[in-house]
Every structure is written in C-alpha cells, then in structure tokens.
Design a protein around this ligand. Structure first.
Ligand SMILES: [Zn+2]
Length: 133
C-alpha cells in the first residue's frame, strides 16, 4: 500500500509500543504503507487502518530494530542453554561408556563363574560315580 504522508516525523505516534505493532491504541488493526514523499521515498511504515491523526504511526525499520534488540538477549540465553545441553550430552556419553565397560567386565566374570560351576559339577559327578562304584 502506498500513502502520501506529508510530514511523517510530525505524525510519529508509537505510544511506546516496542517492536512490530499489532494493534493501534484505538484497537484497530495495523497495516504497512510505503511513504511517497521527497523526504522518505519508498520508506515503509506501520499505521493504524483508520489513518487518523494521533493514531499509530511507526517506521518499519525502527520496529524491526526494536524486535532485534528484544531478540538478542533471548538468543544469547538460548545459546547458553544449547551449550549446557551439549555439555550434558557429552557427560552422558561418558557415563554410557563407563556402563558399557562395566557390562563387558561383568559378562567376562559371569563366563568365568559358568566355567568354574561346570568344573565343580564335573568333579561332583566324578566323585559321585566313584562313590557309587
Ligand atoms: Zn488507531
């Protein structure tokens, strides 16, 4: 949409709304227009659908800058969380490796016990046969 705003700077009415505005203070929806003036040719702005004086008017670039400013700390927090998550995964990999080594050790011990039990059974059988005979 194109709009002829004669003096955009004097009509600036952001009502301290940070970032991209969703609604005007009057409750009307916001839409994007493009300035068609000598001072601001092709410069996009948000404006109340009513296009009345003292209703929301905000340059898109200002709104986007504020959105980015609001998003940067959130991104930093998310990066920290991802880094902690990666660290947790590495720690869990270490635990899994230790547990796998313990499983191998336990299996080896179990096989040795099975062999010992077989030997004991054979000895008992031989003693039994010897006793019977
Ligand atoms: Zn309005």
């Amino acid at each position: 949409m194109s709009s002829d705003v004669t003096s955009e700077s004097s009509t600036l009415a952001t009502f301290d709304i940070r970032g991209i505005p969703r609604k005007c203070v009057c409750g009307s929806r916001i839409t994007t227009f493009t300035a068609d003036t000598v001072k601001n040719p092709g410069r996009p702005f948000y404006r109340c659908l009513t296009q009345r004086k003292n209703h929301l008017f905000k340059w898109v670039e200002d709104a986007v800058l504020e959105e980015v400013e609001e998003a940067l700390p959130k991104i930093a927090r998310l990066e920290a969380e991802v880094a902690k998550g990666k660290s947790d995964v590495e720690n869990l990999k270490g635990v899994i490796t230790e547990l796998m080594e313990e499983v191998v050790t336990t299996k080896t011990k179990l096989k040795r016990c099975e062999v010992k039990m077989k030997i004991v059974c054979v000895v008992i059988s031989l003693i039994s046969i010897g006793v019977v005979n």
